[in-house]
Structures are given as C-alpha cells and as structure tokens.
Design a protein around this ligand. Structure first.
Ligand code: PLP
Length: 359
C-alpha cells in the first residue's frame, strides 16, 4: 500500500491512526458486534459515541458550560440560512465582513431575511487580504456580527478578531476548526463543516452561547432550529452517525499529541516551512498580504498558467495530489490541515525546489 500526500481543501486528509482504528473497528465497534455504520442512533451502543464526541469537543476546545455543541447535517452552507433565521431576531440587522467567497455567499443568503450590511470588503483586492475594519461602520444595535475566520479559497485569515462590543460575533471556522486554541467566550456562535479538519463530510458542528438560542423566527424550518437540535442532544432526527464517530477518534488523536497548543505549534511549523520556501523562491509567489496569511491554506502561483499546470501535474505524478487552486482563482493551493504530517510539507518543498531548478 502506498498513500499520497493529499493537499485537498476538503474533504481532506484524516490522521492515518484514525483511519486504521476505524478499519479495526469496522466490523465490531467496542464489542457490540456491530459496525457504527449499522447502529441505531437511539441504541445504547451509540450513546457513548455521540456523548463521548461532544464531551471531548468541549474538553479539547475548552468550551465553557454556557455553550451548546450541536452536531447536524447540511454543511456549513446550510448555516448561511440557519444563522439569520435563528439570530436575526431583534433589530433585524446584521453586519457582515466580506473577506472571500464563503462570507459573500453567507451575506447574500442573510440579505433575504433583514437589514444586512457589508461593513467591509476586500473584493477590490481580489480577497488577497482581510479588509481593514472601521469600527464606526459597525452597528451597535445589530443582532450579530459575521466573519469567515479562515478564507479557504484565498488563503487568508483574521489574525485578530474584530471588537464587536456587545454584539455577538458569529464565525465560520470550517477551514480552521481545531487548528489552534480559541477563546470560545469571545464568540456568540462558532460553526463549521467538519470535512476540512474534524471528520469526513456529512457533519456540521455548531457551538452556540445558550442565551442566544430560543429566539428563532416562527418560519424557521424545524431542522434549522438550533434550539430544537440542542434540546434533543443533536438527535431530533438521525444525526450523521459515522462522521460523529470519526470526529471522536480525531479528538482522541488531538489529545494524544498534546491538545490544541501542540496542534498550533505543529501547524505553525508546517506553514512556516512552506511560506519561507515560497518567500525565498524566484519562481513561486504567495499573493496574500503577509499579516493575513492563513496557517491552513497556502496559495501560490508562478508567472504563467502553463507553468502552474505543469507544476500541478508533475506534483501529482510524484505523489503530491490536489494542489490545484480553487477553480475561481487558479494557481496552486496547498491545504495543510491538522492531519498533514510535517514530513509531507518538507517533501513538498523539496519537490518545489527541484521543479524550480528544472524549469
Ligand atoms: C468549505 C467551506 C464552506 C462550505 O462548506 P460546505 O460544508 O460544503 O457547505 C463554507 N465556509 C468555509 C470557510 C469553507 O471552507
């Protein structure tokens, strides 16, 4: 068996030890004589899996008791609608920062429901930076303030959080979930699709301050009603059982290497290796403002589309796959989520160096 280094933006690599353990437990999980794939979500066998995953999430992220953890389906994109339906419920105003494609989609969706303001945008800069924020643009009576914390497609991230005062901060962390410690108490809502850093596709995780729940609009579809999901321990209906199980294994793995502090150190090291190489290269360039560089998604280009295509192809032949940039921006992108080993980045940089010499 030989495995490639997979730089996909999502779904993406999972830790090899997690996959091995899932394989071992495929036919018989915990002596139940069943695969998790076959288990009723209402069964005794499944209880430790879902409650265990929630508990571990709370422990690893240090989530305060007044926050609920919700496991649901529909991907991050479903939350683009769930967020205004659940939280745009006082002044019917919400402020959004447009820092890329996903926040723009979230903004457009929210516009259907109320008075939504784009308080800043980096569209003019092709989203190569996080826009400058002018606090006088923030509305103190907004029901919430929305950001996409790590911009998967452009390779930028908020290095510091906006100061929104008493207005709850809502953050899409799909592509930086569990990559470093976060002060959860600074947020009203943290959410993300699991398929980048947490689990396989099919699971969405929402972390929400309890007092924000229960004020949803009457028209909120029951499956988007976060209070209903929370009150039913994420089992109002059938939850994504298998991704929840893998999420638990991923959290075990994070704990085994020393938790989120250790994860951050590893991720900083990987990103450092790649950015340092790019900065010293005469062929590859990172188009992002330095202070806003993502630790998870590293974008880079050469001088021509032809050379980019040649690089992507030769890299794939050498076992470094999914390095093509998002279809909307071109170039290259190496997504180096938690599961990418340091060695994978070292070998990629090695390969890039050889490619530069030969071309
Ligand atoms: C991938 C991604 C999404 C979309 O996620 P889906 O689960 O496919 O809906 C949204 N936001 C960010 C930041 C992402 O990286």
């Amino acid at each position: 068996m030989s495995r490639v280094y997979n730089f996909s933006a999502g779904p993406s690599m999972l830790p090899e030890s997690v996959l091995s353990r899932a394989a071992e437990e495929m036919l018989d999980c915990n002596g139940t004589g069943q695969s998790v794939l076959e288990m009723s979500h209402r069964s005794k066998a499944f209880e430790p899996i879902i409650y265990g995953a929630m508990e571990k999430f709370r422990k690893v992220m240090n989530i305060p008791d007044n926050y609920k953890i919700i496991f649901c389906q529909g991907g991050a994109s479903t939350q683009f609608s769930a967020i205004p339906l659940n939280f745009m419920n006082g002044s019917n105003k919400a402020d959004y920062v447009l820092s890329g494609q996903f926040s723009t989609k979230a903004y457009k969706e929210a516009c259907k429901y109320g008075d939504v303001k784009a308080v800043a945008s980096s569209k003019e800069q092709n989203f190569s930076c996080i826009p400058e924020l002018d606090k006088s643009e923030f509305r103190p009576d907004a029901d919430y303030f929305y950001i996409c914390q790590n911009n998967t497609i452009y390779g930028t991230r908020f290095a510091t959080l906006p100061d929104t005062g008493n207005v709850p901060l809502v953050a899409d962390v799909s592509s930086c979930f569990l990559s470093e410690p976060m002060d959860v108490s600074k947020y009203g809502v943290i959410y993300g699709g699991a398929q980048k850093n947490v689990a396989p596709a099919g699971l969405t995780v929402v972390i929400v301050r309890e007092d924000l729940l229960g004020h949803e609009r009457d028209i909120t579809p029951v499956m988007l009603n976060l209070k209903t999901l929370a009150d039913n321990d994420s089992m109002y209906n059938t939850p994504p059982c298998y991704p929840i199980y893998i999420c638990g294994l991923v959290l075990d793995w994070i704990e085994s290497i020393g938790g989120l502090e250790a994860m951050k150190a590893r991720n900083e090291k990987k990103a450092g290796i790649l950015y340092d190489f790019i900065d010293s290269s005469n062929m590859f360039n990172n188009p992002v403002k330095k202070s806003d560089r993502s630790m998870m998604n590293v974008t880079f280009v050469t001088e021509s589309d032809e050379l980019n295509a040649k690089f992507v192809k030769e890299a794939a032949d050498a076992g470094f796959v999914n390095l093509k940039g998002h279809r909307s921006v071109g170039g290259m992108r190496a997504s180096i989520y938690n599961a990418m080993p340091i060695e994978g980045v070292e070998k990629l940089v090695d390969f890039m160096g050889k490619f530069e010499k030969n071309n």
